[in-house]
Design a protein around this ligand. Structure first.
Ligand SMILES: [Zn+2]
Length: 164
């Protein structure tokens, strides 16, 4: 056992390989700096997805929000409950869609995914945690009621519960 560990040489090749890989990754990032999302037309430029005119020969890919839509994996759930919600469902949903439209002009990733109508309320899913939060705050500001937030354990999923 002892002899075996003494005979081990420093792993120069592995180190060399490591830095080559890093350089390759840096190069790849540089080349894919500009990416066009095939689905929504947003462009990733300087690490940020934004609305801009696509240059010629741009690489194509898929933005995180379109990936969420495709995989049906929301970042946020807005749960709306209560009699007021049921009585003013359309009005509340149009406020939510209005906020989405306003936010999405500035950031392509801020998006509502789907709306689920249930007997006791409505569930709105989003592709973006900050948007989920903004919508919760807007509901509280517009209609009062009770607002409650909780993240899942990994903090990658935000639940907003609003009751009125
Ligand atoms: Zn997209």
């Amino acid at each position: 056992m002892k002899q075996e560990s003494l005979s081990r040489k420093p792993c120069v090749n592995a180190h060399h390989h490591h830095s080559t890989t890093e350089a390759a990754v840096r190069e790849a990032v540089r080349h894919t700096e500009l990416v066009l999302c095939d689905s929504c037309g947003a462009i990733r430029y300087e690490q940020k997805w934004q609305w801009m005119k696509a240059p010629a020969n741009i690489a194509s890919g898929r933005c995180p929000s379109c990936t969420r839509v495709y995989q049906k994996t929301p970042a946020g759930y807005i749960m709306l409950h209560g009699d007021f919600v049921l009585d003013h469902r359309n009005e509340i949903l149009s406020l939510i869609h209005h906020i989405e439209t306003r936010e999405r002009v500035l950031d392509p990733l801020k998006r509502i995914m789907w709306v689920e109508y249930q007997q006791e309320g409505v569930i709105v899913t989003t592709a973006d945690i900050p948007l989920t939060h903004v919508i919760g705050e807007a509901l509280l500001r517009a209609y009062k009621g009770d607002l409650d937030y909780h993240f899942n354990e990994a903090k990658v999923l935000l639940f907003v519960c609003w009751k009125r």
